[in-house]
Write a protein of this length. Structure first.
Length: 124
């Protein structure tokens, strides 16, 4: 079923690509010289469809790179959490090996037993 859906999308897109390429196969000159537009020193002559596809590919690569750089904080945090989890697993395995499965005591609350942040018990 998945192959059918993929082919249902890929085949028409491929046909559109071929029709686009055939309709836009004339050459255009791309100038990289902003000062001399009549006789540019840096220019490139290529088919229009190739230019548009090249620009689209460069846009996808630039967007992917920007996303990758913005996610570095999350990748770093994931690596740190993975290292912490690995250390905790090793510590747990060591505790199980030596039979030290006692749990640390929970902290005791002082006062009336109601936390200062408990909004359900608060009265007006």
């Amino acid at each position: 079923m998945r192959k059918f859906l993929v082919s249902l999308i890929v085949i028409p897109l491929g046909l559109l690509f071929v029709v686009f390429a055939v309709a836009n196969r004339h050459f255009v000159t791309v100038s990289f010289d902003p000062f001399n537009s009549i006789d540019p020193s840096i220019s490139l002559s290529m088919p229009l469809f190739a230019l548009l596809i090249l620009v689209a590919i460069l846009g996808v690569v630039a967007g992917g790179a920007a996303t990758w750089f913005r996610q570095r904080r999350w990748r770093r945090a994931a690596r740190q959490h993975e290292a912490d989890a690995h250390a905790m697993r090793a510590q747990l395995a060591e505790m199980r090996t030596y039979g030290l499965s006692s749990r640390p005591a929970l902290p005791q609350h002082s006062g009336s037993g109601v936390s200062g942040r408990d909004k359900h018990v608060t009265t007006l």
